[in-house]
Design a protein around this ligand. Structure first.
Ligand code: UT7
Length: 336
């Protein structure tokens, strides 16, 4: 069995900064509420005409990750793209990346696991590398949330949280045993599928039916719905479980964690986990204050920034953990 390591990381966020005060001009909200409940101060939104889409942002992050990895694009054996906000209903963004990066005819796989998307994506990539089937895999998490949110007061409990951006990692076969991804742990619980969801348009709920059901346009299924407190309670429980699961599988203790990078769902969730595991501030990386919740992009953006800021050293134990719509959750334990 081979082992997988991260050879290069990259991130891209749109230039357009949207502060809490900016949002309060569009809907009945305010900086105090958003900061207190979520920790978010600002997020990035794609601006019409700036050329950004889920796929193009993913490509921008990928180019940086590829350059840092020293691996040529033509050596990429597989693209795995995680998003809940693809450019098209079909095909997925993976094939767009293959075309935009001009990579031969490598396979491209799209992963639809929302906030856990990046963990699911690196887990898939890890299995292909471990078995020896592929050597170099480009993994991307990218989201264009702002294109599909309700920026009226009706949508405020969801729309203030989410932001746009992309992160990427080039995964490759590790030369040193014991270095790289030690394990990944994935879960789902579909009975809660609709607690954080966007129901239509879908093949099960197509446009004419939506219009017929909502003559006044008051119950709109094409904006995301979130049962916030229920999601919050499940998140703190599942984050803890899946971090413990990863540590136990590798014979590690909480004190062995050098850096925990939680999916940036809500600063209060990250702080709850930090307190529960008694981790110091320098052992947990958060940037939700600047980007909001970027779903599948949040972990690769945070991981890239933590690495860029010199907060991850060789031999460090890095723990990634996520929870989100599905419900789905997962963790990855990495020896850097
Ligand atoms: O990434 C995927 C996983 N996602 C998560 O883990 C998110 C989990 N949930 C959360 O982060 C929180 O539940 C939220 C941040 C979404 C909401 O915070 P909350 O403390 O659960 O607030 P709430 O939904 O209970 O709303 C409290 C009040 C309500 O008013 P009333 O009924 O008490 O009068 C809301 O209408 O706050 C009101 N409210 C707002 N007020 C100002 C909701 N959104 C806003 C807003 N600005 N943006």
């Amino acid at each position: 069995m081979y082992q997988t390591k991260i050879a290069g990381l990259g991130k891209y966020v749109p230039e357009n900064v949207v502060t809490n005060d900016d949002l309060s001009k569009m809907m009945d909200t305010n900086d105090e509420w958003i900061t207190e409940r979520t920790g978010i101060k600002e997020r990035r939104h794609i601006k019409k005409g700036d050329g950004n889409t889920t796929a193009t942002m993913g490509v921008k992050a990928a180019r940086i990750a590829l350059e840092r990895s020293g691996i040529n694009k033509d050596e990429i054996d597989l693209i795995v793209f995680a998003t809940l906000s693809p450019d098209y209903y079909f095909p997925g963004c993976g094939v767009q990346v293959q075309e935009m990066l001009d990579i031969k005819t490598c396979p491209a796989l799209d992963v639809r696991n929302q906030c856990s998307g990046f963990i699911y994506a690196i887990s898939v990539a890890d299995q292909f590398i471990k078995t020896g089937m592929y050597k170099n895999i480009l993994v991307i998490g990218s989201e264009n949330h702002s294109g599909g949110l309700d920026f009226t007061t009706r949508g405020r409990s969801v729309s203030v949280i989410f932001g746009d951006g992309a992160g990427a990692a080039v995964l490759t076969r590790s030369d040193h045993n014991g270095q790289g991804i030690l394990s990944t742990h994935l879960h789902s619980e579909g009975k809660h599928a609709l607690e954080l969801s966007l129901k239509g348009p879908s093949t099960n709920y197509w446009v004419p039916e939506i219009i017929a059901d909502n003559p006044q346009g008051d119950d709109i299924p094409y904006y995301p719905y979130m049962n916030g407190q229920f999601v919050f309670k499940n998140a703190v429980q599942r984050f803890s479980e899946v971090i413990n699961e990863g540590l136990e599988a590798n014979g590690l203790e909480v004190s062995d964690i050098d850096m925990l990078i939680p999916h940036q769902a809500n600063l209060r969730i990250s702080q709850f986990i930090q307190q529960k595991f008694r981790l110091k501030d320098e052992q947990v990386y958060n940037n939700i204050q600047r980007y909001g919740n970027t779903t599948a992009a949040s972990i690769p953006i945070a991981l890239t920034e933590a690495w860029e800021e010199g907060k991850i050293d060789n031999e460090d134990v890095v723990v990634l953990a996520a929870f989100g719509s599905g419900f789905t959750w997962g963790s990855a334990i990495i020896k850097w």
